[in-house]
Design a protein around this ligand. Structure first.
Ligand code: R2B
Ligand code: URA
Length: 335
């Protein structure tokens, strides 16, 4: 049985009162008190004994970088597949938070590697994760260790991405209540050595509801809460008829997707189960918010114009930036 380390951290009060979530205002510590807060856990007994931890794919390390100084104030982490989209989100957050400068020259903290990119705008970190479970999993191992080494606490992490919808209008935004696998089960199966370890994929329901309430203030973007199915493949794995390989009929495809719909699935993507499992185990409040690019009951190919695609991809970003501003108590002054 591996050792499980759970250290509730004692975090100092924030110097910037405004970065306390609005819902925590009544709990704001006075200058001399220390509060017990939710820290970021690692569950690995070997980490403590390591002289240095190199976060290889992020090109960061505990000896080469002062991680608490660089990241200690992070309260929101937004992750998404594409480096360009995460840069655009960081630039958008920069403007929304009214930080100094125009944000156009925002620096990629992981510029020393081309695996992932990372941008920091005040208390908001934007990180790319690539496509699929293996890619996001590697990034999350290193990101979670980074947040832990930096002594971050009360961190909310949100995946913003794209997906295929089932039975809903393209352009809808789905806030995931539960991430399910290809069998519609709320589980993530990790092969560890030669064992299959099953992990829960529950997400933070309160956070999902808060995000949904926030979405009501954004006009013309249909938003709903539903299950999200996570697959290991975009083509056969999502029941597409247009891949290089296809070994099932149109009828079988539609039967599968309709069964998914009846099981509560409203969209399909490729990272949510491992994201939910890892963030849940490590003490991060996590949410998944994806726009749908098509209705899979109608088609398989994504044939949106460039402009429509760009506008759709901005929808989760707009919702999350509004949510973050609200949490920081910045909405009234800014909108
Ligand atoms: C959504 O879009 C990508 C595939 O096109 C994948 O990363 C996902 O989850
Ligand atoms: N991303 C997916 O994983 N599937 C889709 O159908 C669209 C985007």
């Amino acid at each position: 049985q591996p050792l499980i380390l759970l250290f509730p951290a004692i975090c100092p009060p924030q110097s910037m009162a405004s970065i306390l979530p609005a819902s925590n205002r009544s709990m704001r510590p006075d200058k001399n008190t220390y509060e017990r807060k939710r820290s970021v856990y690692v569950k690995n007994p070997y980490l403590e004994g390591m002289d240095e931890d190199i976060l290889y794919h992020l090109d960061l390390g505990t000896k080469t970088h002062n991680l608490p100084a660089m990241f200690g104030d992070v309260k929101f982490v937004c992750v998404g597949g594409s480096p360009n989209r995460m840069k655009a989100f960081a630039q958008f957050m920069h403007k929304e938070l009214r930080l100094e400068g125009d944000g156009e020259d925002i620096e990629d903290i992981c510029a020393g590697t081309d695996r992932y990119c990372m941008f920091k705008t005040g208390p908001v970190l934007s990180v790319s994760h690539g496509m699929g479970i293996p890619s996001i999993s590697i990034m999350l191992h290193e990101l979670i260790k980074l947040l832990h080494h930096a002594h971050c606490c009360d961190v909310t992490i949100i995946r913003i991405g794209t997906s295929g919808g089932i039975g809903i209008a393209p352009g809808s935004v789905v806030i995931t209540d539960t991430a399910v696998d290809s069998f519609f089960k709320p589980r993530f199966e990790q092969v560890i050595l030669d064992n299959v370890v099953t992990r829960s994929t529950e997400l933070d329901k309160e956070l999902a509801n808060d995000l949904f309430n926030c979405s009501r203030e954004i006009p013309n973007v249909p938003t709903l809460i539903g299950h999200t199915m996570c697959t290991y493949d975009f083509y056969e794995g999502q029941g597409r008829l247009d891949g290089a390989l296809c070994s099932f009929s149109r009828e079988k495809k539609l039967d599968y997707l309709k069964r998914a719909y009846r099981a509560g699935v409203r969209n399909i993507e490729m990272e949510s189960t491992v994201f939910a499992a890892m963030c849940g185990l490590c003490g991060l409040r996590a949410a998944v918010v994806c726009v749908t690019l098509l209705d899979r009951l109608e088609s398989d190919q994504i044939n949106l114009s460039h402009d429509v695609l760009v506008e759709y991809q901005q929808r989760p970003q707009l919702l999350i930036s509004n949510f973050i501003k609200k949490q920081l108590g910045l909405c009234d002054q800014m909108s």
